[in-house]
Design a protein around this ligand. Structure first.
Ligand code: FAD
Ligand code: PYC
Length: 417
């Protein structure tokens, strides 16, 4: 015979006769989380970290369809710089550089931020004029950037070929000394560890397949490959797939997704002391702490969700690298890979509230969002926690594509698209 405790009998009697306490008789469906972040890339994890660390919002889940940091965060060439043209961009990208400077200490995790200098090569008069305009604009915003002659560029990066006989001769360069590189996976893991230590849940191998909205239109949570998970706020940080995820809530995004590729060489002793970029020949190079030359390409010319990209793009990139650095012509390439970047019409990000109550979006970083990771997470966390844009995020709205108040950074994006 089944036995009942005295307490259970008393509880049932109370419930039967009085309906008290409420939660036994009439359970209110409570959202499981205050905030769900879709996407455990650097931006999503940084957002979760700052929600917990700066806003005390710890009932947060980061939901990732693959493994954390396995998207663009784990596929990029890690160039960090803030030499963009417009004041709005200076605001967000230099906010990020300032956070990079103290990030290893903040996270107690070595993110290997290395301000070794980013040098952008000018190959013709137009390049020189564009870069000088950027230098002046940057300085007005308190951001370091300086003009180098071709000889000074070579002194800063000795393997650079500045022969006037080359097909695209180097006639000068813009140098941001505070620019540099950081370690991609350390950034993801550092933010993940910091967020998890404050109570954030990170659910990997869990794909968001739908965004549920209630009768009043507000967000109620997300459908996933493991079932429904409730939340009163959802932040979509799913680079490359932002249109797909936002479509689940009925919000159309002004984005196109393109493959973008990179490759690394066999490791060699230190030879490239800085980051060198050329928008004109579409290639950029640095050297990792393991000794590999890290080389990046332009985007493919067609939209795609393929994490590979055309072989001819890599071929073109290597032609360009060999032209700038003939001494690398016999080096062997070790591996190549691609990521999917989502690009807005003005090549600036969207960091915003949306027309759907409780739904926020952080996307459109295109080919250049790694550098922004700490700044983006920092201001996006503020936007979600306070339900109003952080002043630095305020210009990066969805509405600008309707009003025409664009932030056109195509010339500063650095990669052909
Ligand atoms: P991601 O790291 O891509 O994270 C988004 C996550 O969302 C992914 O992990 C994905 O799996 C997940 N996701 C998507 N859909 C779903 C779903 N339905 N459910 C759950 N999870 C989902 N930027 C620079 O600043 N400097 C560079 O040098 C640079 N070089 C680059 C080189 C290459 C080859 C590439 C591809 C990109 C480069 N970038 C660079 C751009 C930079 O990598 C990205 O802008 C940045 O990493 C975006 O970070 P994220 O956290 O937003 O996205
Ligand atoms: O934004 O600096 C950049 C960059 C370099 C390569 C890809 N993006």
């Amino acid at each position: 015979m089944r036995k009942y405790s005295v307490f259970a009998i008393a509880r049932e009697a109370l419930r039967h006769h009085t309906g008290w306490p409420q939660q036994w008789t009439n359970p209110e469906p409570q959202p499981a989380y205050d905030v769900i972040i879709v996407g455990a890339g650097g931006h999503g994890l940084a957002t979760a970290y700052y929600l917990a660390a700066e806003h005390g919002v710890t009932n947060v889940a980061v939901i990732e369809k693959g493994w954390l940091g396995g998207g663009n965060t784990g596929r990029n060439t890690t160039i960090v710089r803030s030499n963009y043209l417009y004041d709005e961009s200076a605001g967000i990208y230099d906010h990020a550089v300032k956070l990079w400077e103290g990030l290893s200490r903040e996270l107690n995790y070595n993110v290997m931020y290395s301000p070794r200098g980013v040098m952008m090569l000018a190959h013709n008069i137009h390049d020189a004029q564009v870069f000088k305009r950027h230098i002046h604009a940057n300085r007005l915003n308190g951001i370091d950037n300086e003009w180098l002659t071709a000889g000074e560029a070579k002194a800063f990066c000795p393997p650079l070929n500045i022969s006037p006989a080359s097909r695209y001769p180097v006639i000068g360069a813009a140098l941001q000394r505070r620019g540099g590189t950081a370690r991609y996976d350390a950034v993801a893991w550092g933010y993940a560890r910091g967020a998890a230590a404050r109570g954030v849940h990170i659910l990997q191998n869990t794909e968001v397949t739908g965004i549920r909205r209630g009768m009043n239109g507000a967000v109620e949570g997300v459908e996933t490959s493991r079932g429904f998970i409730g939340a009163s706020k959802v932040g979509v940080v799913a680079a490359g797939h932002s249109t797909v995820v936002m479509d689940m809530a009925g919000v159309r995004m002004p984005l196109e997704s393109y493959p973008l590729q990179a490759l690394v060489s066999e490791p060699v002793k230190p030879v490239v002391p800085c980051v060198v970029m050329s928008n004109t020949v579409h290639a950029y190079i640095s050297q990792s702490d393991k000794g590999e030359l890290v080389i990046g390409a332009g985007t493919d010319q067609y939209t795609s969700y393929s994490q590979t990209g055309g072989l001819h793009i890599l071929q073109h990139t290597l032609d360009a690298i060999v032209e700038m650095f003939p001494m690398f012509s016999r080096m062997k390439m070790l591996r190549s890979w691609g990521g999917i970047v989502d690009v807005t019409p003005d090549r600036s990000p969207i960091l915003a509230k949306t027309p759907v109550k409780g739904l926020f979006v952080n996307c459109g970083w295109g080919t250049g969002g790694f550098k922004a990771t700490p700044g983006s997470g920092h201001v996006f966390a503020h936007t979600i926690a306070r339900d109003e844009p952080h002043p630095i995020a305020a210009p990066f709205t969805l509405e600008r594509f309707r009003t025409g108040r664009l932030i056109d950074e195509a010339a500063a994006a650095a990669v052909a698209h």
